[in-house]
Design a protein around this ligand. Structure first.
Ligand SMILES: N[C@H](CCC[C@H](N)C(=O)O)C(=O)O
Length: 289
């Protein structure tokens, strides 16, 4: 079957975008893996599928698959590219678009400077909702915001790693490092992901605090590996930094693929993410049967 696709990227996190607003393509997990494959397919970190409005007051639905073919709950950089896609394709004339993902409704806003700001909803800290099994762990309470625990997560390293666990709809574990360039992302990332306490896997963020309004971040993503940027990872990392008393309410996050700006006013507030969204090329491809 030959399909059309649009290749996009947001801060270097790259996507194959498919339009199912006029009918389903009926793709399988193997098809998503093929599309994500950088040697035999198109190549992407995630595959984003745009579908028609599922309900009154919502403009579209958007479905996210990691390069490993598994569907996931949320994708921050993808939500900006989704918004750029539906505008450029003439599927909407709106600047503010309400879109349903697996775990809720988010609201990208196309801004005059060409960037996109997304209301990513509230962060979730309850371990059972991350999900993270904290049974039997001696949690180390830190930070200026009450006793938010940093959980020691066993890894193959000598000492357990202290991580802050946050959900932005998808699971994140954030650890502090002195220098992201020297962080053992390729080894520690998969080790934390393999920890059975993350019962649905996890995206592992390595956060370097430069100042109260500037950080550097690398993320070893669930279902992909290290990406050049992770939007929900940037949200989770800034939220963790704010709750640990290390960051102010608006932070520039320097990733290997570009700059994202994250704002969060604290408990009960949404996290807002601003960043780029770029169309790289359009094409068509024959899917394996
Ligand atoms: N790998 C993530 C999904 C994509 C997140 C990332 N690309 C973003 O921009 O938020 C997960 O399995 O939860």
């Amino acid at each position: 079957m030959r399909i059309q696709f649009t290749k996009m990227q947001g801060a270097g996190n790259d996507f194959v975008v498919l339009d199912e607003t006029k009918g389903r393509l009926g793709l399988t997990s193997a098809h998503y893996r093929f599309l994500g494959d950088r040697h035999f397919g198109v190549g992407a970190d995630q595959i984003l599928t745009v579908r028609p409005s599922p309900a009154e007051g919502i403009d579209f639905e958007y479905v996210i698959h990691n390069a490993d073919g598994n569907e996931v709950e949320q994708c921050g950089n993808g939500s900006r590219c989704f918004a750029r896609f539906v505008r450029d394709q003439g599927l909407t004339g709106k600047d503010r678009i309400r879109v349903k993902t697996m775990k809720g409704v988010i609201e990208p806003l196309l801004t005059p400077d060409g960037r996109v700001t997304v209301d990513m909803g509230e962060p979730v800290f309850n371990p059972a909702d991350i999900p993270f099994d904290e049974s039997g762990l001696s949690l180390q309470a830190m930070g200026s915001w009450g006793n938010w625990p940093l959980a020691p997560v066993e890894s193959a390293q000598a000492a357990p790693l202290l991580v802050a666990t946050v959900s932005m709809g998808n699971p994140h574990a954030v650890t502090l490092v002195a220098d992201v360039d020297a962080a053992p992302v390729a080894t520690l990332g998969p080790q934390v992901q393999a920890n059975p306490r993350f019962t649905q896997g996890v995206n592992v963020g390595f956060l370097q605090v430069v100042s109260r309004s500037q950080v550097r971040l690398r993320v070893y993503e669930r279902g992909v590996g290290e990406t050049l940027a992770c939007g929900t990872g940037a949200c989770a990392a800034v939220v963790a930094g704010i709750r640990l008393g290390l960051l102010d309410a608006r932070v520039d996050v320097q990733t290997r693929g570009g700059m994202l700006t994250i704002a969060w006013d604290g408990m009960g507030a949404s996290v807002f993410m601003t960043g780029p969204a770029t169309t790289v090329f359009r094409g068509e491809i024959d899917l394996p049967e």
